[in-house]
Design a protein around this ligand. Structure first.
Ligand SMILES: [Zn+2]
Length: 281
């Protein structure tokens, strides 16, 4: 098992698990503001069309009693091991990026991370489980429903060990880095090619994080393979083949399995964010 206890810093994690989506959504936004920053979710699933439906059905399946639930049920109260895990992992990413930014005379804005179930309000509209782990640039926050990892394992056969899960968080943190460097604002970021490049760069940034953790002795022997397995499982070609039986590179948003593994590996081997460019070929 990875030695997360050796990480001395903590990230800013808010636990909203178990509070009903209706409560989490109360106070405005409403169902019209369903704009999710699609490009920043973890899988290349076809989210835009399904999002509205998903949220509506989430509401419909809630009994009035659940919808009123404001306080967390006992299982989520206090700091459980998953919350501690995410706090440590986020803290370790803060250390890495604080250093990188400081070396470049910049100040790193540390992201927040919200744990939720089903749906919750975000600065980008509504975060749902279906979207998968994602980063919202509007509020600098990562949204994570850990039941996503059951889906990753059951549908796509990816490794869902702790190091794989930490890689997913580090990937979303990579989007926070990009957000601060202003890369989302470039016209190229809106193109399909640009989107894939951003996702591969986030994988490479996750590799940079892993490089430092490996040197700090956080991983046990071979545990890095969990991250590589997860990266391969969420490649667009693999996701599409699993979902539809075919692949169509013109609709890819995150890059193939091979590209994602290569991108992560580049960061992991060099530890240099400056190497995280030109990853698409
Ligand atoms: Zn991403």
């Amino acid at each position: 098992m990875a030695n997360w206890d050796d990480i001395k810093t903590s990230g800013d994690v808010e636990d909203r698990r178990g509070t009903g989506p209706a409560v989490a959504l109360a106070g405005g936004g409403g169902l019209i503001a369903l704009l999710i920053t699609i490009g920043l979710n973890f899988l290349g699933l076809n989210v835009p069309q399904s999002t509205v439906q998903d949220i509506l059905s989430t509401f419909q399946t809630l009994s009035p009693g659940t919808a009123q639930q404001a306080e967390q049920p006992a299982e989520f109260r206090g700091e459980d091991s998953y919350e501690v895990f995410t706090t440590k992992v986020l803290g370790s990413t803060n250390e890495v990026w604080n250093d990188v930014f400081a070396r470049n005379n910049l100040t790193y804005q540390q992201p927040r991370l919200v744990l939720f179930r089903q749906a919750t309000r975000s600065g980008c509209g509504v975060a749902t489980t279906k979207v998968g782990p994602h980063f919202c640039p509007e509020d600098g926050t990562i949204y994570l429903d850990e039941t996503f990892f059951d889906e990753l394992k059951n549908r796509f056969g990816g490794d869902t060990g702790e190091v794989a899960q930490a890689y997913v968080i580090a990937h979303e943190v990579g989007h926070n880095v990009q957000s601060q460097l202003g890369v989302f604002n470039s016209p190229n970021a809106q193109t399909q090619e640009g989107m894939v490049a951003l996702e591969l760069q986030a994988d490479c940034y996750a590799g940079v994080w892993a490089y430092t953790q490996a040197r700090n002795g956080i991983f046990e022997n071979g545990e890095i393979n969990q991250a590589l397995s997860a990266a391969a499982a969420v490649g667009d070609d693999h996701v599409q083949r699993t979902e539809t039986g075919t692949t169509n590179p013109e609709t890819w948003t995150h890059g193939s399995s091979e590209q994602r593994v290569n991108a992560f590996t580049r960061g992991y081997q060099t530890g240099q964010p400056s190497q995280c460019v030109d990853l698409g070929s």
